[in-house]
Design a protein around this ligand. Structure first.
Ligand code: EPU
Length: 416
């Protein structure tokens, strides 16, 4: 198992290009199920989750080549199934449910089971598919769904759900009639998926707002699409600039995607210079000031940046309160940050962080993707050596984050 050894203290400086967004790439790959032929996706990040989705599509009957411009090619034999062995390693595998049901008339998808950050049920995905006429039963750990042709419906999501919105939007593209999604997720990744579906011939309006209208069509065609920038990678690197008092120019990512984070970083004493829609610079102060944060669906402060921002707050001047409203168990990193000398108390979904003068390097363990990024950020600012173990979590969703940080002046060694 790989681990990272970090010598803290370096001020990060320079510029960095952001990779394609994992959370946009995954639904776009699943969307390829909807139209037979050869699809081409550009800017897929080279991360473990993308390889897992490629494996799943291959199982279903779509071969994926993950070269420079990734191609997804349909074979003639399909299996409308997502098996447990694959789904248990990646929950986002459930994104194939909507497309398989719409295209093949049936789908069998393993229930994902437990997750480190919260219960994460799929009830809203299933309720929406049932409203569209699907017959669904849960048996032997699997979701079995059937519908000769889904019917357009009015869906109101009780809770904003990102992959739920994506799953139903994909299913609705081939449904009979019009589907309206209310309280839909507004994340840029949802909009990116809609743009790809529109290139495939889908009729979609309102993606990026909380009301999406999809008029079903009989057939879609393969398309060529470039994935948007990974705003969470950009935000993670912005936090690295903030905590080290460094100055990093972030390229190929729209700063609007992480506006809520940039405003908080400014409140904490950073300077953020927006040059244009694909280039901005974050300059950290000598010492950050404590600020409070509450996570929320987009355009609010992303839950996927909560752990990284908390790392910054561990050494800020003052006390900050971070409230996590999206997932009920997304504070696993706090105990690891405490091992580095942070002063954090967790009460339910709120963490109270009293800034300390210095973190001290120690051995810590990554528990999930964003928690591992938070430990890397903390390690960059800690005195001495920090060893981050179990970084396979990091490799699931960041394309060479350690290499990018090293290019910015960090002292990080990957040990196999
Ligand atoms: N929820 C339900 N029922 C459902 C669906 C969701 O109760 O049927 C609840 C969840 O339990 C959670 C809340 O609704 O409390 C929001 O969950 P959502 O469905 O939006 O999360 P997701 O679609 O499973 C995506 C990202 C996550 C990101 C969240 C929130 C992908 C592949 N995953 O998950 O990304 O944290 O949205 O923004 O897009 C990550 O990249 O590290 C990651 C976890």
């Amino acid at each position: 198992m790989d681990k990272l050894i970090i010598q803290g203290g370096a001020k990060l400086k320079g510029s960095v290009k952001i990779s394609g967004a994992k959370n946009a790439a995954l639904p776009c790959m699943a969307a390829a199920i909807l139209a037979e032929g050869k699809h081409t996706l550009h800017r897929l990040p080279h991360v473990a989750d993308i390889k897992t989705m490629a494996k799943l599509l291959d199982y279903i009957g779509i071969s994926v080549s993950l070269d420079h411009a990734s191609t997804l090619n349909h074979s003639k034999e399909y299996k409308a199934e997502a098996p447990y062995d694959i789904v248990k390693t990646m929950r986002a595998s459930s994104l194939v449910l909507g497309p398989m049901l719409a295209r093949f008339g049936s789908a069998r998808v393993s229930l994902p089971g437990g997750c480190a950050i919260g219960a994460r049920p799929l009830n809203l995905h299933l309720k929406a598919l049932e409203a569209m006429g699907a017959k669904i039963n849960l048996e032997e750990g699997y979701i079995n769904a059937e519908a000769k042709r889904l019917k357009g419906a009015m869906i109101h999501f009780d809770n904003t759900t990102v992959t739920g919105t994506e799953n139903i939007m994909m299913a609705a593209t081939l449904a009979d009639g019009t589907t309206v999604l209310e309280n839909a997720a507004r994340e840029p990744e949802v909009e990116d998926l809609a743009n790809y579906l529109i290139k495939m011939g889908a009729h979609i309006e309102g993606a990026g707002t909380d009301r999406i209208t999809i008029e079903g069509v009989k057939e879609l065609r393969p398309a060529d699409h470039t994935i948007i920038a990974d705003r969470i990678e950009a935000g993670t690197i912005a936090c690295a600039a903030a905590i080290t008092g460094g100055k990093i120019t972030i390229e190929d990512c729209d700063p609007k995607f992480i506006e809520a984070l940039l405003l908080k970083l400014q409140e904490a004493g950073c300077t953020c210079d927006i040059e244009n829609t694909s280039r901005f610079t974050v300059h950290g102060p000598r010492r950050l000031k404590a600020v409070d944060v509450t996570t929320a669906p987009y355009p609010g402060f992303a839950t996927d940046l909560q752990a990284q921002f908390m790392a910054c707050m561990t050494v800020a001047d003052g006390t900050s309160v971070i409230a996590e409203t999206i997932f009920e168990n997304r504070f696993m990193h706090t105990q690891e940050l405490v091992r580095l000398g942070a002063d954090i108390k967790v009460d339910g979904r709120t963490a109270i962080i009293k800034g300390v003068d210095k973190l001290i390097g120690a051995q810590v363990m990554a528990t999930d993707l964003r928690a591992s990024a938070s430990l890397v950020i903390a390690g960059l600012a800690a005195n001495g050596q920090t060893e981050v173990q179990r970084i396979y979590h990091l490799d699931r969703g960041y394309e060479g984050l350690d290499k990018k940080l090293v290019e910015l002046g960090a002292e990080i060694q990957r040990v196999h």
